[in-house]
Design a protein around this ligand. Sequence first.
Ligand code: ADP
Ligand code: ZN
Length: 601
Amino acid sequence: MSSPAHEVLKRVFGHDAFRGNQQAIVEHVTAGNDALVLMPTGGGKSLCYQVPALLREGCGIVISPLIALMQDQVEALRQLGVRAEFLNSTLDAENAGRVERALLEGSLDLLYVAPERLLTGRFLSLLERSRVALFAIDEAHCVSQWGHDFRPEYRQLTVLHERWPQVPRIALTATADPPTQREIAERLDLAQAEHFISSFDRPNIRYSVVQKDNARRQLLDFLRGRRGEAGIVYCLSRRKVEETAEMLRGEGLDALPYHAGLPAEVRAGNQRRFLREDGIVMCATIAFGMGIDKPDVRFVVHTDLPKSMEGYYQETGRAGRDGEPADAWLCYGLGDVVLLKQMIEQGDAGEERKQLERAKLDHLLGYCESMQCRRQVLLAGFGETYPRPCGNCDNCLTPPAAWDATVPAQKALSCVYRSGQRFGVGHLIDILRGSDTERMRQLGHDTLSTYGIGSDLDARSWRSVFRQLVAASLLEVDPDAHGGLRLTDASRDVLKGRRQLMMRRENPAASGRRDRTGSPRSGVAVQPEDLALFNALRGLRADLAREQNVPAFVIFHDSTLRNIAEQRPADVQALSRVGGIGGSKLARYGQQLVDLVRAQG
Ligand code: ADP
Ligand code: ZN
């Protein structure tokens, strides 16, 4: 703990040690070298350029497309006593002029700037007359035209290297796949730079997938043990977003909607409340998320299937950036599979594109239906091998049982065949279970040879069988018949008894509500005896945040408050040893915190 980097880490940020690759990156960049950094969300990318910017002479220029975030990022740095500013289109001329003068005078440590601003002749010439410590290119995957965040201006950032060859550049991204990585290196002229690639594992996120049978009850069960925690509930459609938010509010939860169809000011207002207040549940389409920098999101729920594994990884990655336990909970059923397959088949994309979308969906379904450790399946998708079962996913915690479903599968497939390959699952199950309904008699299906041959299984089990058959492409959705199922080439082997089928047995208790010990899981693990003090500290933090009109997490993270509640420092000196409190925050809030600890006994 003697190097200048460690000194800055402790004094300014209040952290005792670097994480993962951070130290190597900080030393590399501080010494004046270029770097390409791939790190998952929450891995701690910002320190990789913030610490070198403080150690090197001059101002660190941070290029980011996320204008909406800049103010909070800068605010968080100011709380630490760092001289930070931002320049983008939201700033009026007077304030922009003030920031520019500060840059010229050399009185800034870090300046956040949007790429289009950076590339103006005016700004580039301003840089010529200033002292630049480094260029940090955040969200570097925006340079890739294959990604969904493509920003043409990012292509022109090579100008930085041409005009300032001596100034180190560090490009950062949380986007995982190797082709994008190669494209970033090439487009930003970083092929010669050192590449720092971290594992994409997020060990604190617990992944669970449950079969949907009563979506509303299951969601409420999941949320029951999580009152007061912030989370995101993703829904496929705008309508469902609104309905879910209303339903949760009816249940007394602090839930808000977010989707692209809402007026801009409503969206901005809801996002702001989510960021600034504690414990808000945001019901949203995937329009919500890019650059959601809130560290204490305790859960991300998917009430519908996401579109791809990449999407799923990104969306769930918004949970637990602070490294504390967090949940990624996916609830899906046969209806979701049928809907997504239909959307692909009925879409007007070309055959090549459809092929790609089918492959992506199959990959995701493979993950959902897997009996293996979820983390292993997830990381394998990014070309990473996770050596052993993780112990922190539903399949590890409550291993699913496998059963030989060959005979039921044969019954299901032949029922599809006998009834003409055009009926949906509900009716097929009615045939198998021998339901005595008017419709059955009208269609003459009560005379089929498969009528009633499946009365040994209940409807829920049948739905599970059909879902797994569709997921395994042993049945396909007929795009022209409303959700009707038909056989595929692969079905024949099963029907002819040439292929055995093992299936996952649904675990009726797997609602995700409780962990193995049977106790509700609290996000940041606070001991019961510390809970009163922890909540009082949260109250103080909320007051401070309101007074200054900044998000609560900018002042202190939950983990810091938990450490204080545990250690109960008797004075400011003792408080300085609690992780997460640097010199500036100690001076600003130290006495208030100590007084509160004392008052609470
Ligand atoms: P990223 O940008 O990679 O998603 P951040 O830079 O926002 O991640 O960091 C994620 C969280 O981890 C932040 O809350 C930050 O304070 C915390 N953090 C980063 N590095 C450290 C460290 N060395 N020690 C403790 N906390 C850290
Ligand atoms: Zn696992």
